[in-house]
Each structure stands twice: as structure tokens, then as C-alpha cells.
Design a protein around this ligand. Structure first.
Ligand code: KIV
Length: 281
């Protein structure tokens, strides 16, 4: 639950990844403290250029899959652009829908000072909120690109103030995205909740990465991503072998083919060919 994540502050690093499907959630669940159904799924899974077009329905659909796939990690679901900014009441309506329809444990929303009132409103009404400051991708059209934040000291006070205000409003943790190490270190030292870094240095209390990026499945990865695996190359090799074997007619082989006993001879061909051999699958 959300308070278990908060309790890790100062004790142990918080480990997290994004997850969008039941099967990858089931694997990551063994190693992560929380799984984020990030709105990055719009770019990673659905081919959007930014997260701005992602609809709430998509978050609910992938959220349900991740909740079904995970057993112990907290599942946090992103509120997509346009579903919470207008008013605290609107945010509550949509966040409550996400929680009721997915059974997730918390929601995340982007914004510091401007979202503090909304965070308080949700938390007071039973919805745990993870905040997200620094680079906030839903504001890309205002920021003018996926740009690291706080690289000059002039921005630091504003971003530290964002962190203070969302903490006071009741957020249980804060994502710090794409910011310089000294700023992340200052925020982490000042707030009482865990900071979860993505491109925000080892100074944070925990880390998150987009799973497809760290698995080597993404074509473009930001500077801060380390590819811990080359899964894209493995998938490429497997599909190339499959295609070659189908073309060479070496797949399916006898061991992938159902056998046919004499008693089945009278059965219509389609049914008989699907019937498994007794005792096998
Ligand atoms: O949507 C997402 O994947 C995120 C992470 C970058 C934290 O918000």
C-alpha cells in the first residue's frame, strides 16, 4: 500500500518500473516495490508522439491488466492529460473511476504548486497520490520539448517549492523527472517522502525506468536509460527463425503436431486434427 512506500524513506531504496501488461507485470512484481502504469504507454505501446492524446479508457484497460498480473507490488496508475487539471472535483471523479475500475492502489498526476490543492482534495477523500515534478511530459507543448529541468540554479527555488507543496498536500512519494543531480539531492534531503528518480541521478530515494527502455525494446532511449537487456534483439531473432522455418516447412515439426488414432478416422477432418493425443496437450 502507499504508506509502505513512504515508510522506505531513509531506510531502503524504492525500486520501480512501468508495466503495461499482465505478463510483464507478473515478472516485475517479484522485484519491484511499485509498478507504474504510466501514460508513456501511449508512446511505447500505441505509437503516439507524446502522452497528450492518451485517453482515460486506455489507462483503465492497461491498469486492469497490470493489477491482474501483479500479486504484491503497489500498482500506481497515471492520470492522463485533461482528466484532472480543471478542478479538484473533476480529478476526484476520474481518479475514483480509475481506482474502482482497476483496483489499483494509487494514482499519479503531474504538476507541483498548481496541483497541490487537487492532491490534498484527493488524499482527504481516500485516494493516495504520487506527485510528478521536474520534466512533466504532459506539458510538452508549453515546455517546448523533452528538456531536462533545473540545469541552471535560477530554476531551483521554483522546483524545490513544487516538491515542498506537493509533500505538504499529502502526496506519498514524488517522481523527479529529468533534473540535475544537485537539485534532486536538495529536494531529497528536504522532503519527508521518497523521491523516485527518472533521469534525476542516484541522489533520489528510489528509481523508476520505462520497462521497454531498460529491456532494449525502444528504438530511441534518453541519455539516462541503461539497457539492462537486449530483448528487442532476442525477439527479432526469434521471429526471424520462425519465419524462416515456416518458409522452409520445417515448422511445425512432428512434435508440434497432434497425432491421429484409428478411432478418429471417422471424425470430420477439422475436428480430428485439433484433438490432442490422449494424455498429451
Ligand atoms: O508515464 C511514465 O512512464 C512516467 C514515468 C516517466 C515516471 O510517468
Amino acid at each position: 500500500m502507499a504508506p509502505d512506500i513512504t515508510a522506505k524513506k531513509g531506510r531502503e531504496p524504492v525500486v520501480s518500473l512501468t508495466a503495461y501488461h499482465a505478463h510483464t507485470a507478473a515478472i516485475a512484481d517479484k522485484y519491484c516495490d511499485f509498478l507504474l502504469v504510466g501514460d508513456s504507454l501511449g508512446m511505447v505501446m500505441h505509437g503516439y508522439e507524446t502522452t497528450v492524446p492518451v485517453p482515460l479508457e486506455l489507462m483503465v484497460m492497461h491498469g486492469r491488466a497490470v493489477v491482474r498480473g501483479s500479486k504484491r507490488a503497489l500498482v500506481v496508475i497515471d492520470m492522463p492529460f485533461g482528466t484532472y487539471e480543471e478542478s479538484p472535483a473533476m480529478a476526484f471523479r476520474n481518479a475514483a473511476r480509475v481506482m474502482k475500475e482497476t483496483d489499483c492502489g494509487a494514482v499519479k498526476l503531474e504538476g507541483g504548486r498548481r496541483m497541490a490543492e487537487t492532491i490534498r482534495f484527493l488524499v482527504e477523500r481516500g485516494i493516495p497520490v504520487m506527485a510528478h515534478i521536474g520534466l512533466t511530459p504532459q506539458s510538452i507543448n508549453v515546455i517546448g520539448g523533452f528538456k531536462a529541468q533545473g540545469r541552471t540554479q535560477t530554476d531551483w527555488d521554483r522546483i524545490e517549492e513544487d516538491a515542498r507543496l506537493v509533500t505538504e498536500a499529502g502526496a506519498f512519494a514524488i517522481v523527479l523527472e529529468a533534473m540535475s543531480e544537485p537539485l534532486a539531492a536538495r529536494i531529497t534531503a528536504k522532503v519527508a517522502i521518497p523521491t523516485i528518480g527518472i533521469g534525476a541521478s542516484p541522489a533520489c530515494d528510489g528509481q523508476i525506468l520505462v520497462m521497454e527502455d531498460m529491456l532494449g525494446l525502444s528504438s530511441r532511449v534518453p541519455k539516462f536509460v541503461k539497457e539492462f537487456g537486449r530483448v528487442g534483439a532476442v525477439i527479432d531473432g526469434a521471429i526471424a527463425s520462425y519465419a524462416a522455418e515456416v518458409r522452409a516447412r520445417t515448422f511445425p515439426a512432428p512434435e508440434h503436431t497432434y497425432t491421429f488414432s484409428a478411432g478418429d478416422a471417422a471424425m470430420p477432418a477439422q475436428t480430428a486434427s485439433k484433438k490432442p493425443k490422449t494424455g498429451s496437450t
